[in-house]
Design a protein. Structure first.
Length: 297
């Protein structure tokens, strides 16, 4: 059989078996992200970083391309292979999490990244999260392991990961990982009282760390700033982002017409939402949120 016919057959089988609605939603979100990265960050890149105006766009384009390739590869596997490779990749990313305190690079007081030659600013926890869910689900669904061992093993594993994330420190990712684990063991049929006891214990430890360890003073400052806007400077970025969103109103000022985006310190990161809102309005943000809600549904 000719190679081109084999490729055609493979693509046909792939397209036939994937969930087209989810795939098209992901593609649409990718395209929207690239569009806003192109029209909303060019001035930020040239003014703040003194670099190519399209630096963030090209960087985003590279990562989107990598993401599409990964989607294609993983969606081509059958279920058994997917579980097998996911478990292998979980252990690789889990081991790389141990390397962060040793060879990780520090940015603004946090050591969360490993600088690889082919992938600068690689954050192991981002790769770990999806494979962690699959690995935990595999443990909880394994009929060969008794119930107590399942919960002890999953609790031990999540405790190690949480400790490694707290050391960085990265409380946001810690809470996300713990919450994902809690949802999984809850749906596995665990007693709600046992789950609540674990969550209360975990919350107590977290509160103790935030109050008594100097390393987590910034979180304490953010919490106090949330309840009292006049205290500290931890709410500076969020205040500037709110000003930017308010300035745009419902329909925005137009492409490139935003004036407050240069006052938001990290506007090219997840705070790009404030730039989008100023230039395209709250309506654009609502449409993006609607797409994510449809995707989640």
């Amino acid at each position: 059989m000719r190679i081109d016919s084999l490729i055609y057959k493979f693509y046909y089988q792939w397209w036939k078996n994937i969930d087209k609605s989810i795939f098209l939603l992901i593609t649409l979100l990718f395209v929207i992200g690239l569009f806003f990265s192109l029209v909303s960050t060019s001035l930020i890149a040239s003014d703040k970083l003194d670099t190519n105006s399209y630096f963030f766009f090209f960087k985003h384009l590279v990562y989107v391309s990598i993401g599409i390739i990964i989607i294609f590869i993983f969606s081509s596997f059958d279920k058994d292979k997917l579980f097998k490779y996911s478990i292998i990749l979980f252990f690789i990313s889990f081991l790389s999490l141990f390397l962060v305190p040793v060879i990780g690079i520090e940015v603004k007081g946090s050591k969360r990244w490993i600088d690889l030659v082919f992938l600068p600013r690689f954050q192991p926890v981002e790769v770990l999260k999806p494979f962690l869910i699959i690995f935990l689900a595999t443990i909880l669904c394994d009929s060969k392991i008794n119930i107590i061992s399942k919960y002890l093993l999953s609790t031990f594993l999540i405790s190690i990961i949480s400790l490694l994330l707290i050391i960085q420190p990265d409380i946001g990712q810690t809470l996300l990982v713990v919450f994902s684990w809690a949802v999984l063991i809850f749906t596995s049929g665990i007693s709600i009282y046992f789950l609540l006891a674990i969550l209360i214990l975990g919350s107590t430890v977290l509160v103790y760390l935030i109050i008594y360890l100097p390393k987590f003073d910034y979180i304490q400052g953010r919490i106090f700033s949330f309840f009292n806007r006049e205290t500290g400077t931890h709410n500076f970025q969020s205040d500037k982002a709110i000003d930017s969103i308010t300035s745009g109103g419902f329909f925005g000022k137009g492409i490139g017409e935003g004036t407050l985006k240069n006052r938001v310190p990290e506007a090219h990161t997840d705070y790009i939402i404030s730039v989008i809102s100023e230039e395209f309005g709250v309506v654009a943000i609502m449409l993006i949120l609607l797409l994510f809600l449809i995707f989640f549904f």
